[in-house]
Design a protein around this ligand. Sequence first.
Ligand code: TPP
Ligand code: MG
Length: 547
Amino acid sequence: MGKISSLISSTVGKYLLDRLQQHGVQHIFGLPGDYVLRLDKMIEEEPSFQFINATRENTAGYMADAYARIRGLGAVCITYGVGINITNAISQAYVESSPVVLISGAPATGESRNSPYLHHLIPDTTQLEIFKHITVDQAILSDPETAQQEIDRVLESCLRYKKPVYLELPRNIIAAEISPTPSKLLTESSCDPKKLARALQRVRTLLQHSKRPILWIGHEVQRFGLASRLIDFAEQHRIPIATTLLGKTIVNEHHPLFIGVYQGKISRPEVSQFVENSDCFLVIGAILSDMDTGMFTAQIKDDKSVLANADRLIIAGEEYSEIPLTSFLEALSELSMQKFEEPKFPKKRSESFSANRKPITVGRMFECLQTYLKPEHMVVADIGDALFGSVDLMLSQNSFLACSYFGSLGFAVPGAIGAQIASPKRRIIAIVGDGAFQMTGTELSTAVRYHLDPVIILLNNRGYGTERPLLEGHYNDIVNWNYTELPKLLGGGNSIRVSTEEEFAKVIKPTLEKRGSFTLIEVEIGKQDFSPTMQRFIKVATKKIRD
Ligand SMILES: Cc1ncc(C[n+]2csc(CCOP(=O)(O)OP(=O)(O)O)c2C)c(N)n1
Ligand SMILES: [Mg+2]
């Protein structure tokens, strides 16, 4: 049960900010506009908040998403109508379960009745209509009397389901006075103990018949704060752990029980062999998407598996209803069972790297980067070979962000900015392809403004490399920007272009050590050069596209 808040006299906007602050939100990302200016001012005047201006709403959404994945709640504030270019970021947060509070200003109550032709309005539809498809709860705070109740309900949904919510504040309501009553922060989810006991008994039987179980864990374990419980359970019973790609780094990847990221035929052969040789699969907090199953090549035997996520619990093919993931995992972690035999783990990969004068390849760039990575580093990878190449980086716990399921290009640069704001002690490294960079790379302007210093590794392969082997055409070519000139345009930051292993090895260490302003390292790579993971992806994906 959460603590009780005691608020006496407030306004609708202030009450919302207080509630966000109680959940650790200190930054609100967004862009101003006349329908929301009063709230923006309120945020600016509130000493415990900082308003972070982005260059467009969608990148503000990516920043809030990264912040939410790290801190457990994020917020973004837009103006009405034109702010809907945030829909891509909110869709991604919805699909990948990131608790983002989307706040929008709006015309005053009754304003459009008097004058229907208001700027930013779309005739015959409303913003609520659009956002209700990609948020888990919504409210228009048109009545100060009910505003507290609506805010409480919507925030609770955000925290309960770990998905975005939508709050709309008509501009005349933002400063409307209210007298909030003390309210409880979160109610606990209930679970029928008999149903839970029956499910647990089934899991126990499965495990008792198993010699080599494996945990394959996904992003929801991190979102619901269940990682340490599950890792303790694995340690107690000596169960090896693989993660999905979306769940990468839920566990420290140097942990002795960690096997690797499993994605069916896309994963390294030693990882897929190890996982597929198991005789019991505990698939926890994962969504079995095409990306996380290696285009559905993962081999998980239904009659020997437990599939537990926020939406359902299926044990050996039988569905168990109304058992929340948290209750299930709490009970699972207390299951007293035998310790399994020491598994034969594949040999650890060597982390040494000796640079030569050859042109650098994506694979070698990642091998070199690995040797300089430390626990304080956090990698934010964009879609493309930036993501595929990152799969096998060995990172510490909670050190990787990528939107690998919805897969929207352009997350890494704004995501790195949101990550550094959420976690100022971490050293953030964004890895991004040239195509993705052209979508949102100019958001580095925000890094300059707020004195942030992410390291950006830009893989320049002259276009949409991922698409080329799938189906080549001129649509995969892009203009080759003069990327290293960007600091001049933005009035801050550093840049360098490298094309050989030696050049990269020489710049990466001092760049990671030097703090103060962003550094962009442009890495020139061949048009037809792909990381080993990308090569396996190409094999499984090409057939689908051409058939
Ligand atoms: C917003 C968006 N538009 C289009 C795509 C389709 N898409 C997937 S990968 C890719 C190419 C990415 O190019 P780049 O960032 O240079 O990375 P590379 O593939 O070259 O490694 C495209 C266009 C997408 N994922 N997201
Ligand atoms: Mg590219």
